[in-house]
Design a binder for this molecule. Structure first.
Ligand SMILES: [Zn+2]
Length: 478
């Protein structure tokens, strides 16, 4: 008796990520009906069982769950590469661009960044930004899974540019309240949209960027509406300095006292957390977003994800922003995460490739609160998967038996350009490396035009003279 499937994917090196490892099935197959996976097994078992409208042959390819990027700021693709190799990254490199970022430039950057990530196999994007018109709509249009987080802070408009390093920031309570209200309205409009493909998290930017009562107000709102909180936590010495000066506590103790440490929190970075603080946060059920590339470039630090995981915490990988990282590519993050931790501990057995792959898939899904829906290929879960062409020279030769080399090569050798097809919620949105749901050329042209205009606005602002990048240009280093 044949069962119906919309799509039957066959002949794959299938990595289901089920169980405690990578769940490999040789000559594997997956049946998809609607937006869900209905069966996973061998091609020999599934082919006679299913009558499929379409068969997708994955011979010579690895098939994995779609990759999860747990922390992005997509608009910043518009300023890719303008803020590296500097001290005081946020204030001295990014802030001048922040105050000249128009909604049009932000949207152009967001579109470019979504396309970049999607083509490199990222199917779930946890995006954090000040919403602009068209942002959420683009996630709906392109068919990617969005976990969208509107930014909330109580900093005066105009931002940090020109502020003295180390001084306490001023708070604008009306601005904080306005942003809380706007985020609540955004959640009402978008949480659960596109058949649940779009969800919303609340995003207090960081504990040092809101007064205590407004931070607590966000927590009450999250608890009331069943939303998770996505927040930068202990993200740099700048934050710790503000916390100690204003609240008399380091961030982890402060958040614990406020009742913020629970499984509804996705804590981003933990750059300045000690191993003990990381373990305390992990034991509270908090998920961690680890941005190895970004924090390496911005701070020169390897965050304490190893201590966090050893305490039982779930860690997801994030690419953060292109004005610093400079790419939004989870293959890159898997490799950097594995390497940086081996180097930090002077131990090549720390963070093996298969663990990095779990952080990008099944473990990452749990960290962001979507563990029941995505992160592994199994019947009942959303059909989010990628087909990676192993014929690429950098992934060849392929060994499957008696020795298997595929996972180490995916983590240490792949660049993301080997991704052939991408499916999200049962819909193919990339085929043969081409995005089917957006006009790539038009998006790149618009981003190019907006980036040029942004650079001219920043250059006309006197604050630009203080920026490290200008000095580097004058010295012939850029
Ligand atoms: Zn961030």
């Amino acid at each position: 008796m044949n069962e119906h499937a919309d799509i039957l994917l066959t002949h794959a090196h299938l990595f289901t990520m089920q169980g405690a490892g990578v769940g490999y099935i040789a000559d594997g197959a997956a049946a998809v009906e609607g937006n869900r996976i209905v069966a996973v097994g061998s091609t020999a078992d599934l082919t006679p069982r299913f009558q499929a409208d379409e068969t997708l042959d994955a011979t010579g390819c690895a098939v994995l769950p779609g990759l999860i990027d747990a922390h992005m700021h997509t608009p910043w693709a518009i300023a890719r590469g303008v803020a590296q190799d500097v001290a005081h990254w946020m204030q001295k490199a990014l802030a001048p661009y922040s105050r000249h970022l128009t909604p049009e430039a932000a949207l152009a950057g967001a579109k470019l960044n979504v396309i970049e990530a999607l083509k490199a196999g990222t199917t779930t994007m946890v995006d954090y930004t000040q919403p602009v018109p068209g942002w959420a709509e683009f996630f709906v249009q392109t068919g990617v899974r969005g976990r969208l987080t509107p930014n909330i802070n109580a900093l005066p408009r105009g931002g940090m540019a020109g502020w003295k390093i180390g001084d306490l920031y001023p708070f604008d309570l009306d601005e904080g309240q306005r942003q809380i209200n706007a985020a609540a309205a955004f959640a009402r409009d978008w949480h659960g949209a596109a058949d649940g493909r779009i969800t919303v998290m609340l995003g207090p930017q960081a504990p040092d960027m809101l007064p205590k009562d407004q931070l607590l107000q966000v927590k009450r709102l999250a608890d009331r509406d069943g939303l998770m909180i996505h927040m930068h936590v202990a993200q740099g010495d700048r934050e710790i300095n503000q916390m100690v000066k204003r609240f008399g506590q380091r961030t982890p103790a402060y958040l614990q006292e406020l009742g913020y440490l629970d499984n509804q929190l996705l804590a981003v970075h933990l750059t300045e957390a000690t191993d003990e603080e990381a373990a305390l946060i992990a034991a509270s059920g908090v998920g961690m977003a680890l941005c190895s590339g970004s924090i390496g470039i911005i701070d020169g630090i390897v965050p304490p994800s190893h201590a966090f995981r050893q305490a039982g915490g779930m860690v997801a990988l994030g690419s953060d922003q292109a004005a610093g990282n400079n790419c939004n590519n989870i293959f890159n993050e898997m490799k950097l995460t594995a390497l940086f931790n081996k180097i930090k501990y002077r131990d090549p057995t720390v963070l093996p490739a298969w663990e990095a792959l779990r952080m990008a898939t099944v473990e990452g899904a749990r960290a962001i609160g979507l563990g029941d829906e995505i992160g592994s290929l199994e019947a009942g879960k959303q059909a989010d998967l990628i087909v990676v062409d192993l014929a690429a020279p950098n992934l060849s030769p392929v060994m499957a038996a008696p020795v298997r080399n595929i996972v180490p090569n995916l983590v240490y050798a792949a660049s993301g350009h080997e991704v052939r097809d991408v499916m999200v919620a049962g819909r193919l949105v990339v085929r043969a490396g081409r995005v089917l749901t957006a006009d790539e050329a038009a998006i790149q042209a618009e981003a190019q035009a907006q980036a040029g205009a942004l650079a001219r606005r920043v250059a006309a602002d006197p604050v630009h003279r203080e920026m490290a990048l200008m000095g580097a240009m004058a010295a012939g280093q850029l």
